[in-house]
Design a protein around this ligand. Sequence first.
Ligand code: HEM
Length: 429
Amino acid sequence: MVDDYHQLREAAPPAPQGCPVNHDWSPLDEDYLADPYPIASRLRSEGPIFYAEQLGYVVITEMDDILEVFNNPAVYSSEIVQDPVFPLAEEAKAVLAAPDFDPQKVMSNRQAPDHGRIRKYTRQGFSRRRLMTLEPYVRRRSNELIDDMIAAKAGGGAPVEFIDAFAFPLPGETVFRFIGFPEADDERLKQWCSDRKAFSWGRPTPAEQTAIATKMLAYWRYCRAFTAAKRDDRADDFASELLAAHDADERELTYREVESILYGLSFAGHEAVTALICNCLLCLLPRREQWDQLVADPTLIPNAVEEVLRFESSQISWRRITTEDTMLRGIELPAGTRIFMNFASANRQPDLFDHPNEFDIHRPNAAQHISFGKGMHYCLGASLAKFEAVLVLEALVDRLPTLRLVEHQKIWSSANITFRGPEQLLVDW
Ligand code: HEM
């Protein structure tokens, strides 16, 4: 850990002049990973902006400043959002140096004007109509996975580990159906698409980095082969829509961009939704009276999901880098300053949310959280993620109304700076 921090500090630009410096805190601290909220709240009360020496980033803690950053993409660029926080090991770099591994930056880390051009086509694919075509699939798979959980318990397999049994397979399979990948490929696709959060946002060992890089390469090759086959085998799916856009104007959406969009969605649509589903259970099951209200009245579920996204989001930070000298909160930030936006702080700001540390499925302004970002990079999958979480909770309150967390289990989140959700979750009913 000390070595990790040392590496980071070596690479980090110094604190901007006049910016308060915090010498100690890092989002990878054990206590912050265990429960970020009291610490995020203390950091905010100490000041809205500071330089975190351990991380090499300027941290902003208040919603207004986060919105200012999100709403000024020309000054605060997203080009670093997918970059690994820690330098990659040589072995992992060697894997990704394969001559055919060349996915393009297409969305979250692509800049104007190309970002808008590509997003226009991608947005069309995330239409209400396409979500509706997924609904029967998500309902069916949710029920099948619950059937399997019930069978496992009947066979003496209780308590059930909910991530393996449900929360990992469902979001992956949903995004694969969305794209149009065949169900027969699900098992290998799921293997290739896990652990990506550790790769860019955590501190994996060189061996782990290499294993993840190998899966990324295999998945990229799959996406290329799939896109090539899809050219002659169109269907009512997102991949076919992108190819149709490419056919209509090859310069507006290039073939390599089509392949790269499909590749990028594997991560975007996967681990954060797994964590969201688990975080729903972590928030709701111990607050029995609120769970019981959802059992009695499932129409309360959509707002409950918004409250989970505010109170215990699966994404509690995001990054930017300044493209020019600028001023934020009276501090001069030189070009090249790296910014860490602390959602864990802003989502619990007491001047925005009454009793912010209370979880309340009836909170009227729960949806004002910042968990999907804002502005031109606003999460493209926000509706899909919420739609999935709502359908999942509807299935669970219906089929397993007595669902509960196993008592005294150890709950931990993976060591990374951004994504938050349990690594294991034992349930029974
Ligand atoms: C709970 C689940 C999710 C959370 C918390 C989440 C959060 C975010 C955040 C914070 C951003 C960055 C916004 C910005 O930079 O302004 C983002 C971007 C994005 N998300 Fe999500 N996301 C989730 C699920 C999904 C899903 C299911 C998909 C797609 C299947 C998806 C696709 C994307 C894409 C493509 C972008 C980049 C958009 C752009 O740059 O124009 N996300 N997401």
